[in-house]
Design a protein. Structure first.
Length: 50
C-alpha cells in the first residue's frame, strides 16, 4: 500500500477549499445560504479549516 505524506495540508489548502466551494455552489448561486456563505467566504473557509 502506498503512503501519502502531507495529504491533510493539500486537502485543506485555501485554493482547494475555494475550488470545492465553487463546485458545491454550482446551480445554487442564487440561494440565500450560498450568498450569505460567500459574503464571508475567507472567514467561513478558515472556520472549516479549524
Amino acid at each position: 500500500m502506498k503512503t501519502y505524506t502531507k495529504l491533510y495540508q493539500k486537502i485543506y489548502s485555501q485554493d482547494n477549499l475555494i475550488l470545492a466551494f465553487k463546485k458545491a455552489r454550482k446551480g445554487k448561486s442564487s440561494k440565500n445560504y450560498v450568498i450569505h456563505f460567500e459574503s464571508n467566504l475567507d472567514k467561513n473557509l478558515e472556520v472549516l479549516k479549524n
